[in-house]
Design a binder for this molecule. Structure first.
Ligand code: AMP
Length: 397
């Protein structure tokens, strides 16, 4: 069970509540182009206000590397934040704890980019102490930054009574339901370009899953490790031993692995490129110019059948080059199946990672999944079984 507190456990009346949020939103010059991250923190801010607290928002924005970089001022998100909250937000460059205590009730304050100080990313105790002087309670609502031990995500949490915000709470509950105490059978779809970025994740997952579906470019490495000639397909020849070791670990742990049994093979990496469907086995011999760009129809049906036998599904990474149709086929088919089973059969579906979110949006099933994490790196590190410093600090306080 979770041992971190939530906003429900805290008495916020008249308290300055330091809220670590993730306002690292995409900006085109002076306009926020995607307000998803802002919209997702609104319930936390509203709850704090409703409980009589004064939210003081802390966030990083871009990578100013400890320097004051005017183009990376958080001031640019103010209009979008105010629009999402339906109220004005005070902006402070140099916050002062006493001044923040004397603001009128109902005030929401946004503090300038935490990364303007070099002490932030070093988790310097002096910065943590300074941040702690700005609030009475610390609330972390930035799961997406929880894999970093920075002053605003970790250090300060150890100095003040701390709790998770609503978004963090939802994220941690969803992840816990998916991997810590899942309803079984538990399966995962792991795809994407490379095995090298997902070794730790695969090693951790095979010990926990009942089913692992491997797809995308990384499946080519597994096929090649078994003896297939994959031609010009994306693959990592130096990782054949690793791939074989992962398959062996899966076998030892009783985790069924589903690799593509057929693929859509083209000679050109381009939208609309002509392709042929080729059976994929250890004996497959592709020509020099041939590339497996997507799983084939037989694999699509096999994935559909296997997903239907699960109670919980975790998803990270596309099953093919989904940005260039028709090589989006397997990813779209599996996404739609998972979305439908979530709605109709109570399958618990938890997905995360930048490309995965884009693929699920493309399939139109984002609203059908149980939970989609907006965190990239933190979601992957959680899948790797790592303790996230920002979460650990909440549990310790
Ligand atoms: P990742 O960031 O590791 O999740 O990889 C996602 C990228 O992998 C996407 O841009 C996909 O287009 C790409 N990808 C997936 N499968 C293939 C494939 N078979 N060949 C080439 N690229 C692929």
């Amino acid at each position: 069970m979770a041992d971190w507190k939530t906003l429900d456990d805290m008495d916020l009346t008249g308290q300055r509540v330091l809220v670590r949020v993730d306002l690292n939103v995409p900006v085109d010059g002076t306009t926020v182009t995607d307000t998803t991250r802002i919209d997702r923190i609104v319930p936390t801010i509203r709850d704090i206000l409703a409980k009589g607290g004064k939210p003081i928002l802390l966030s990083h924005f871009g990578r100013p590397k400890g320097q004051v970089v005017p183009e990376m001022s958080l001031r640019v998100v103010l209009p979008a934040l105010e629009a999402a909250l339906g109220q004005t937000v005070a902006f402070v460059e140099r916050p002062n704890g006493d001044e923040l205590a004397n603001t009128p009730d109902g005030t929401v304050t946004l503090v300038e980019n935490t990364r303007f100080s070099a002490m932030e990313e070093k988790n310097d105790p002096q910065m943590a102490q300074f941040l702690a002087s700005l609030g009475d309670i610390y609330c972390n609502d930035a799961f997406s930054a929880a894999h970093r031990a920075h002053a605003s995500t970790e250090g300060v949490a150890r100095l003040l009574p701390s709790c998770a915000g609503r978004l963090m709470e939802a994220e941690l509950n969803a992840l816990e339901a998916a991997l810590t105490s899942p309803q079984r059978p538990l399966g995962a779809v792991v795809g994407g370009a490379k095995v090298s970025t997902k070794i730790a994740l695969l090693e951790n997952l095979v010990g926990k899953l009942d089913l692992l579906v491997i797809g995308g470019g990384m499946a080519n490495t597994f096929l090649a490790a078994q003896g297939a000639q994959v031609g010009a397909s994306l693959q990592e020849a130096d990782l054949h031993d690793t791939a074989r070791a992962i398959l062996k670990a899966a076998e030892d742990a009783g985790c069924q692995v589903l690799l593509p049994v057929d693929g859509r093979v083209a000679t050109e990496f381009a939208a609309g490129a002509a392709y042929e469907t080729v059976a994929l086995t250890a004996e497959t011999q592709l020509g020099d110019g041939q590339m497996i760009l997507d799983a084939g129809p037989e694999t699509e049906s096999a994935i559909e059948t296997e997903i239907a036998s699960l109670k919980t599904l975790i998803w990270n990474g596309p099953l093919g080059a989904f940005e260039i149709p028709p090589f989006d086929s397997a990813t779209m088919a599996a996404a739609k199946t998972a979305g439908r089973l979530t709605q109709e059969a109570g399958l618990i579906t938890v997905a995360g990672g930048g490309d995965t979110v884009a693929a699920l949006n493309q399939a139109g099933v984002s609203d059908h999944f149980t939970y989609i994490s907006s965190a990239g790196g933190a979601f992957l590190e959680w899948m790797e079984g790592k303790e996230l410093p920002g979460v650990a600090a909440l549990s310790a306080s």
